[in-house]
Ligand binder design. Structure first.
Ligand SMILES: [Zn+2]
Length: 104
């Protein structure tokens, strides 16, 4: 499966169980929809205050639903997964948020 090969090729990535990739709200596999990203602690705590310190995933739609606003580039960290590095495929809406563009 191409997506998993892509995502797990980097040995620096934590070895995540398959279930860890599921959006904790809607259950979509965030790897399958190319929404693997990192946001700042402030954003994450605001979104899931009760378990912010545990491994968890939210798709962009559910994260924005919890924040009740659209994400912007400042919400994302400077880590490599958020960069335009080709290894990490990104959904249209994730790319739009990372670059402060409309749409997606
Ligand atoms: Zn979701």
């Amino acid at each position: 499966m191409m997506v998993q090969i892509c995502l797990f090729a980097d040995e620096d990535l934590p070895a995540m169980r398959e279930t860890t990739w599921l959006c904790m709200v809607c259950g979509v596999h965030t790897g399958d929809i190319d929404e693997f990203y990192m946001v700042t602690d402030e954003v994450w705590i605001a979104a899931i205050p009760s378990i912010f310190d545990q491994p968890a995933m939210l798709c962009i739609g559910c994260l924005e639903g919890r924040l009740e606003r659209t994400l912007k580039s400042d919400d994302f960290t400077d880590c490599e997964v958020n960069s335009d590095h080709v290894r990490f495929c990104k959904s249209k809406r994730l790319l739009a948020r990372l670059h402060d563009q409309q749409g997606g």
